[in-house]
Design a protein around this ligand. Structure first.
Ligand SMILES: [Mg+2]
Length: 280
């Protein structure tokens, strides 16, 4: 063993947590996070940044990050946008635009384009696709279980159109994926909705955030937590990947990521125990 190896081993890791929200940090039904409080408090004590990475909009995540007292950059709409609190870093992230009080990296496709493409796919496949842009705040509330104000924030989209298919049959996912590929867009399955978006994903956004942190920090080690396929891009590249238990088994993912940790509990208790194990 060389001296250099020993020196590197002794460097303290700088952990960054990337976490999905619904079904991962937040309870999938109540959206609460009480059981994760001990781990959240530990992260604050150790100055471990928690990067919220969700299919939620900027408007929704901004409010949640205030409630959670997490003053860190966050990833919105499945990696479509990355938002940095002003003055959080000494320097402005390169290429960022200033948008309503935050620095923003836009990785996704403009929303107006996505709505148009989803309309084309709907007509071509003859499916009863219903996108967020066609729904009232009341309908979004009914489908998500969010209150009306939260549903209004959820409808303020920039990079990702969630949609449902009430008459879905087993052939639908493959048809959707093929139609999307032809149009240069992506369809992925989240916990409650399909999502139509550009080539962005949470993993690409995560890599960008890590590279920005590496400008100023040594020995960055990433922890990623998620519960759905749109989180797997993060889990695949994390140093410490954590699958938060849900009703789905995802045995392929476990084969693909041999060191994947799977929590014993669902969210938010599973989130808490995973972070306490790693950092505690
Ligand atoms: Mg989730």
């Amino acid at each position: 063993m060389s001296d250099g190896f020993v020196a590197r081993e002794s460097e303290k890791p700088f952990f960054i947590i990337f976490t999905d929200l619904d079904g991962t940090l937040l309870d999938r039904n109540t959206y609460g996070w009480e059981e994760a409080e001990p781990a959240l408090t530990l992260c604050k004590k150790l100055n471990v940044p928690i990067i919220l990475a969700s299919s939620k909009t900027r408007a929704e995540i901004e409010i949640l990050s205030r409630k959670l007292s997490i003053p860190a950059p966050f990833i919105s709409e499945n990696g479509g946008g990355i938002f940095f609190p002003v003055n959080f870093f000494k320097e402005t992230p390169p290429g960022a635009s200033f948008d309503n009080g935050m620095w923003k990296w836009s990785l996704g496709m403009p929303y107006s384009h996505l709505i148009e493409v989803l309309r084309e796919i709907k007509n071509e496949l003859g499916l009863q696709i219903r996108g967020f842009s066609e729904m009232s705040t009341y309908e979004i509330s009914r489908l998500t279980g969010l209150d009306l104000e939260s549903s209004r924030l959820a409808s303020m989209r920039e990079f990702d159109e969630p949609f449902i298919i009430p008459d879905e049959n087993p052939t639908v996912p493959q048809l959707l994926i093929s139609a999307a590929v032809k149009k240069g867009v992506t369809v992925i399955a989240g916990g409650r909705f399909y999502h139509l978006q550009g080539k962005n994903n949470k993993g690409i956004a995560m890599a960008k955030v890590i590279s920005w942190y590496r400008e100023t920090h040594e020995n960055v080690r990433s922890i990623a937590l998620g519960d759905s396929p749109n989180d797997f891009y993060m889990l695949e590249q994390a140093d410490l990947p954590v699958l938060v238990r849900s009703s789905q088994k995802f045995s392929e993912l476990k084969k693909k990521i041999p060191d994947l940790r799977v929590t014993a509990q669902e969210s938010p208790g599973g989130w808490n125990s995973a972070i306490m194990d790693i950092l505690g």
